[in-house]
Structure formats: structure tokens, C-alpha cells
Design a binder for this molecule. Structure first.
Ligand code: 13P
Ligand code: SF4
Length: 367
């Protein structure tokens, strides 16, 4: 594969729209075959079925980060996921390898809730009020600029799979943790580790002030950034109660990006991989109401017809940005590569990449 011209063009060319299903499939297969070992396609579990079946590797965000790092042979990694995941892949791979996000509009609303300027302002307040007692930890669902800040300040990243282990490591470094951008993952993980709500406070980055202060400042151990996932916060305690009224045998399992009340009311909570494992290990006839992204829930229901699997909410909860990756964009990205062109490359600048890699490497070294 010879790369001729990298360019970013977020608009799908007209001739990739409205093709027949079979034509998309045939041409994607053909382009994959032409690119051979030069290409690796990665797919997050929340991707649509018609896209994820072309992935060479599937996984949650932690698994995909590890897999990206192991790709020695591929010249191009086409990432079917969201922007922050493609950035992590770019940071963790060699400079001569390129990472492509088929649709640049596939962002993450939670990652957009933490911006570097706001973080620098918050950090100044925290240093002034709390001294050198705070270690920043960012969920991987954040921009490379945020990861880089965290890396420069001795901190690390986490995913929903390893959040507990990462927080344990972080508490060995400093008395307090600034956890961003997802207040819910931070609160749910810290509470499960035995830290009471009185030892947490929320930093409102828009107002530039503390909120939900329940105990004296000196006792604070977890400082939560006021960010959230617009998909997982749609699940409610009411929905859980309704499921239980309909059938008390149905187990409720949710992602820790759900609110504290929902996590407390559920039977089980854990990352995407944890949810998949629980379903795979469950006996036939088990009944589940799952509080996570709808593409994954539907896939699990199709893969395990011997179980009764439903989405916790009666209304669909798709991650709209994950769903932006579709066959037209995938085909466009692949056929462009065949022609030697790169569309929609995700490339992190050298300085940002250096410090975000430091943060990611610290996470990957924590077992
Ligand atoms: P995982 O870390 O479980 O893959 O979740 C990523 C994500 O975006 C969840 O909303
Ligand atoms: Fe971001 Fe939520 Fe979508 Fe995950 S599900 S990518 S956190 S918006």
C-alpha cells in the first residue's frame, strides 16, 4: 500500500450514498482483501452489527487499546469506534502507522465535557485550596489534550474495566484523586471501594465552583468532574422497579456510567466486558434487563436466544456518535486506502502524544 495524500474530509462523497446492502458488503470485502495485512479493522462493542462484522478485532476500550499497541504489521488501522479511542490507538502505535476514523463526527459527548482550559483553571483552584495532595486520573473517554495534562502531572488513565485497580494505585501516590470527565464512574467506583459520599465533592467546570459538598474539605478524597454519558444516564430507578414488578426473577445489570442511584438499585454493575462475561456464563433460561448501549444489548440477545435478554429502558438508547460509523463511511475509508489516499486520519501532535502516552502506559502497567 502506497500512501499518496493524507487529507481530512468529513463529508461522505455522494457516490458512496444509497448503494444496495449487497454492494456495500461486496466492496468492503474486496477492499479488505486488496489491503491484506497492511490493514487492521478494530470495532468497539457498541458498533452496529452491519459494521462490526468486518472488524478483525472487537473489544471494549481497554482491550482495543492493548490490541492497537500489539499491531506491528499493519500500516493502517481503521477504527470503528469514537474519536477518543482512535486517538488512543494513534498514541499507542508507531509514527509510521496511520489511524483512520471513518466518520470524523463520531465523537463522544462525555469526552467533550472536559476541555483543557477548564481543567487548567480547576487545577489552579485545587492546588490553591488543597495543596499538592491531588492526583489527576482521567477515564479514557477524554481527549488526548486531557490525557496529556494528566500524564504531565503524574496521573494516569482508566477504563471502566480497570477503574478500581487504577484508583487503588492512585491513592498510593496522593491523598486525593481528581477524577474526570465522568462523575458517575468516579463516584460508583470510589463508593464500591468503601469511600463514603461525604468524602467526595463535585467540581462544576462551567460555573467554576464546588457542588454536592457533603463533608468538610479536609476529608475530601475524590474530586469528581461534572461530566456524564448522555446514553447511560437515561436509565432510571423507575425502570428497574418496573422490570422487577413485571418479573422479580429478572436480574438487572448496568454499566457504571449510570447514575449512583441506578447502580445501587441494580443487581450487578460493570464494564462492557463484564456485562458480556456475565451473560456468557449465565445458565439457559436466565432473565436479564441490561442498562447499556442498545447495539450491544441486541447483539447479546441474538447470540444467547436461550436466555431472556431485554434492554432496561423501554425506549432505545443508542450512542448516536458510535452509530455514525456505517458501511458507507467504512467503504469510503477502505477504498480510499486502496487508491493510496487517506481520508479522516486521526493524528495527535508529538508533544500531546508524548504525555498522553505516559498516562496510558501507566494505566497499561497497572494489573
Ligand atoms: P467500555 O470502557 O466499557 O468499553 O466503555 C466505553 C464507553 O464509551 C462506554 O460508554
Ligand atoms: Fe461517549 Fe456515552 Fe457514547 Fe460511550 S456511550 S461513547 S461515553 S456518549
Amino acid at each position: 500500500m502506497t500512501i499518496l495524500s493524507p487529507f481530512v474530509d468529513t463529508v461522505l462523497p455522494e457516490h458512496y450514498r444509497n448503494l444496495a446492502d449487497a454492494e456495500y458488503d461486496e466492496r468492503i470485502h474486496a477492499a479488505k482483501t486488496r489491503l491484506g495485512k497492511d490493514l487492521v479493522i478494530m470495532g468497539h462493542h457498541y458498533q452496529r452489527d452491519d459494521v462490526i462484522r468486518f472488524a478483525d478485532f472487537t473489544g471494549d476500550s481497554l482491550e482495543l487499546a492493548r490490541i492497537a499497541q500489539q499491531q506491528q504489521q499493519a500500516k493502517a488501522i481503521v477504527f470503528c469506534g469514537v474519536h477518543f479511542m482512535a486517538e488512543s490507538a494513534d498514541i499507542l502505535t508507531r509514527n509510521d502507522q496511520i489511524v483512520i476514523l471513518p466518520d470524523m463526527k463520531a465523537g463522544c459527548s462525555m469526552a467533550d465535557m472536559a476541555d483543557l482550559e477548564e481543567l487548567e483553571e480547576a487545577w489552579e483552584v485545587m492546588q490553591r485550596e488543597l495543596g499538592d495532595t491531588v492526583l489527576p486520573v482521567t477515564y479514557v473517554n477524554s481527549t488526548a489534550a486531557i490525557k496529556s495534562f494528566v500524564g504531565r502531572h503524574g496521573g494516569t488513565t482508566c477504563t471502566s474495566t480497570n477503574a478500581k485497580g487504577v484508583l487503588e494505585w492512585a491513592f498510593q501516590q496522593k491523598k486525593r484523586i481528581l477524577f474526570l470527565p465522568d462523575q458517575h464512574l468516579g463516584r460508583n467506583t470510589a463508593y464500591a471501594m468503601g469511600i463514603p459520599l461525604e468524602q467526595m465533592a463535585v467540581w462544576n467546570q462551567v460555573q467554576g465552583e464546588w457542588e454536592e459538598v457533603k463533608g468538610p474539605q479536609d476529608d475530601w478524597r475524590v474530586l469528581l468532574w461534572k461530566g456524564h454519558c448522555s446514553v447511560h444516564t437515561k436509565f432510571t430507578v423507575d425502570q428497574i422497579e418496573r422490570v422487577r414488578q413485571r418479573d422479580p426473577e429478572t436480574k438487572v445489570i448496568v454499566h457504571p456510567e449510570c447514575t449512583f442511584d441506578v447502580v445501587q438499585a441494580s443487581d450487578l454493575n460493570g464494564s462492557t466486558s463484564y456485562i458480556i462475561k456475565q451473560i456468557e456464563q449465565a445458565p439457559p433460561g436466565s432473565k436479564w434487563a441490561i442498562g447499556t448501549e442498545v447495539n450491544l444489548v441486541q447483539r447479546l440477545a441474538n447470540q444467547h436466544p436461550q436466555q431472556h435478554i431485554q434492554l432496561l429502558s423501554q425506549t432505545m438508547c443508542p450512542c448516536l456518535t458510535m452509530n455514525r460509523i456505517d458501511r458507507p463511511h467504512l467503504l469510503w475509508a477502505l477504498e480510499s486506502l486502496v487508491e493510496g489516499n487517506i481520508v479522516n486520519q486521526v493524528s495527535v501532535d508529538t508533544d500531546t502524544a508524548h504525555w498522553s502516552r505516559t498516562a496510558l502506559d501507566r494505566m497499561l502497567a497497572i494489573q
